[in-house]
Design a protein around this ligand. Structure first.
Ligand code: NDP
Length: 449
């Protein structure tokens, strides 16, 4: 294992996020290799850590002043052993190959856990939609798709949204794909309802996170009712995590964006959340405006270079990091332990550092890794693909029921797999092993490709 990790580090020394994701995964799968030596001979791990294909391309576009702007677009097609590549697009200035490789790597095992036939991929650009006009975003998306369209397709690679890519961006990307490919197919998920989208897709990741959390608490004969919860982020995942938590009787006291966070001791209720959704999705404003509308809340500015995030200092029962990678480090995790948090459920991808995970798990806190807990989004994307192929639309209830069943099944798989390998309650191990075995078996069946 350490040889493989070292090879990954030597080959691309600057890809720190990718190394982190690979290390977390390798720490879990050793016992599987011991009972399946054929995986070693077939070099399954060595193949898994190397993307099947990486596409990098120039994205030139004109801003509103008529100036030429140039960004870098990337698509990482990581593994297609169990289905076409599937995974979101991220538009954020921090996007680079390391971040997209870590996200694509995680996506491979997440998609395997959903029970749906989807391989793993991820893409994006170092483009920042914040502060751009709709026309600028449209021109960027159109230019991005001018190159990406030749690499994707409904049976090849089906992108979706992620940070900075919501319904608006998916619309512009789809419009250009349709024009270039001259066909109307389910090549992207997260589409609007009246042109091929699925009900519950916008809500799916957040709702799924909470369904998963409910199952975890149930193993301790507890529920979410009256639990005080810290949520980070104020985007898609954070909004619908908060909505479902409110519905289940929990009290959410924080939400954040990259500038800072709000703490509302009285709890964010449905009315306040609707206001936040308008603020973020329509006005595209900042979370600090919340305190102008609700003066009882407190806003704290966060210094991005600080070594810990003060949002995790507050007393709470349950924690839902839903913003971005590495937002809970060792020090944050120690604060959560000190404050007697009972559960951390990752809504974002890899929001907890390796050191942070160790602190939480050593303290016996229920800990759900993103690749299991946030798999509801890609699951409903899979259901959107099915509906597109069948040319029909399921009802809201039908999709929500299927989402709930999938999250329960992922939870059961994690619990049973961890117990089978002698680590009961270890969701990290359960998720990594179950996802790995499914992909490894498919790779063995398909030969050296
Ligand atoms: P959004 O763009 O809708 O929201 C992201 C939120 O996180 C915003 O509030 C944003 O603040 C904040 N944020 C982004 N970058 C940083 C940063 N560097 N530091 C602090 N805050 C930051 O994205 P999503 O809600 O879709 O995604 C959130 C997380 O969930 C990501 O990790 C994503 O990969 C993961 N995820 C998303 C899925 C989906 O279906 N959308 C599915 C599965 C996982 P600001 O506006 O200031 O940038």
């Amino acid at each position: 294992m350490s040889d493989i990790l070292q090879q990954v580090k030597d080959r691309d020394p600057q890809e720190r996020e990718f190394h982190q994701a690979v290390e977390e995964f390798l720490n879990s799968v050793q016992p599987v290799l011991e009972i399946n030596p054929e995986y070693r001979h077939a070099k399954i791990l060595e193949r898994l850590v190397e993307p099947e294909r990486v596409i990098a391309f120039r994205v030139p576009w004109l801003d509103d002043q008529g100036q030429v702007q140039i960004n870098r677009g990337i698509r990482v097609e990581m593994n297609s052993a169990i289905g076409p590549y599937k995974g979101g697009l991220r538009f954020h200035p921090s996007v680079n190959l390391s971040i997209l490789k870590f996200l694509a790597f995680e996506q491979v095992f997440k998609n395997a856990l959903t029970t749906l036939p989807m391989g793993g991929g991820k893409g994006g650009a170092d483009f920042d939609p914040k502060g751009k006009s709709d026309n600028e975003v449209m021109r960027f998306c159109q230019s991005y798709m001018c190159e990406l369209f030749r690499h994707i397709g409904p049976n090849t690679d089906i992108p979706a949204g992620d940070i900075g890519v919501g319904a608006r961006e998916i619309g512009y990307l789809f419009g250009m794909y349709k024009r270039l490919a001259n066909e109307f197919t389910g090549v992207l998920t997260g589409k609007s309802l009246n042109w091929g989208g699925s009900l519950i897709r916008p809500q799916a990741t957040g709702f799924g996170v909470v369904y998963f959390a409910k199952e975890m608490l149930f193993t301790k004969e507890q529920s979410l009712k009256d639990k005080v919860c810290l949520v980070s982020g104020a985007g898609n995942v954070a909004q619908f995590t908060t909505q479902k938590l409110i519905e289940f009787g929990a009290k959410v006291v924080t939400m954040s964006d990259s500038s800072g966070y709000i703490y509302d001791e009285n709890g964010i209720d449905d009315e306040k959340l609707a206001w936040i959704m308008r603020l973020k999705n329509v006005r595209r404003g900042r979370i600090k405006e919340y305190t102008q509308k609700y003066p009882e809340a407190v806003y704290t500015r966060v210094d991005s270079s600080s070594d810990h995030h003060p949002v995790w200092d507050h007393k709470a029962d349950c924690v839902f990091p839903c913003a971005t990678q590495n937002e809970i480090n060792q020090k944050d995790a120690e604060n959560l332990v000190k404050n007697r948090v009972i559960m951390v459920t990752e809504g974002a991808n890899m929001p907890t550092t390796l050191e942070g995970i160790n602190v939480l798990m050593d303290a016996g806190i229920l800990f759900a890794p993103g690749k299991a807990a946030n798999a509801g989004g890609v699951s409903v994307s899979g259901l959107e693909m099915t509906q597109n192929s069948m040319r029909l639309s399921w009802t809201r209830q039908e999709v929500d029921d299927r989402l709930n069943i999938i999250m329960q099944s992922i939870h059961k798989t994690c619990v049973e797999t961890a117990a089978q390998f002698g680590m009961p309650g270890n969701y990290v191990m359960g998720a990594n092993i179950a996802g790995f075995v499914k992909v490894a078996e498919a790779m063995m069946d398909q030969g050296v490709v």
